[in-house]
Design a protein around this ligand. Structure first.
Ligand code: GRF
Length: 208
């Protein structure tokens, strides 16, 4: 059984894509042990509650410094004894204590084709605003391992999505979620559950 901790910050549609695939038996041997939010009252927590998944909230402002927060987050995740940490619409910079304790066991979904439109300042709608401002014709989403950088870890899966010239950031965000994020995040979890991910010199290869 691949035990997951899913970290969220907002609406939780990526979390929902995992819940749906598990409940539809399309993700065998995968279980979400806990949903952890760094914001109170977000709908992702409601989604966890609706599906009887334990949910926790941890607020950085309640800790004296980054070190204390990082330690508390690591202990919280440790408590659920998970194999994989999934950042699903998570806008938190993951503290180094967590990254070191779960090295190559944290994955993130980014709403662009890394290395394009990624790194510091590229999150949520800002990504799609930058895509439209640059006038690119193709965007997409990326699932990658999380390392000490921002959106810099080894790429696991990517999927392209066409940009329409009438798109607004909101319309484009929705299409990228529907056509890419909600597909490749569960697929990446499936590949990890099936132990088909190989890392060679920081490049991901998938066992056929
Ligand atoms: C998604 O585009 C995700 O990639 C980004 O935030 C948006 C909302 O994610 N990080 P969710 O609905 O909270 O999963």
């Amino acid at each position: 059984m691949l035990r997951l901790a899913v970290l969220v910050s907002g609406g939780g549609t990526n979390l929902q894509s995992l819940i749906d695939q598990i409940e539809q038996h399309k993700l065998p041997n995968v279980k979400i042990e806990v949903v952890i939010s760094n914001k109170i009252g977000v709908y992702a927590l409601e989604r966890a509650k609706q599906h009887n998944i334990p949910a926790e909230t941890i607020l950085k402002k309640e800790y004296s410094d980054n070190e204390a927060f990082g330690e508390a987050l690591r202990k919280l995740i440790d408590r659920y004894q998970v194999d994989l940490v999934v950042l699903a619409g998570c806008l938190l910079i993951i503290p180094e204590q967590v990254i070191h304790n779960y090295y190559n066991r944290i994955i993130n979904i980014h709403p662009a084709l890394i290395p394009s439109f990624s790194g510091e300042g590229f999150y949520g709608l800002k990504v799609h605003e930058a895509v439209l401002a640059r006038g690119v014709k193709v965007t997409g989403a990326t699932v990658h391992f999380v390392d000490e950088g921002t959106d810099t870890g080894p790429i696991i899966l990517q999927k392209a999505v066409m940009v329409d010239q009438e798109d607004t950031p909101e319309i484009l965000q929705r299409r990228v979620m529907e056509q890419a994020e909600w597909e490749i995040l569960p697929e990446a979890v499936r590949l990890i559950a099936e132990k088909r991910i190989i890392l060679e010199n920081n490049i991901v290869k998938i066992k056929k």
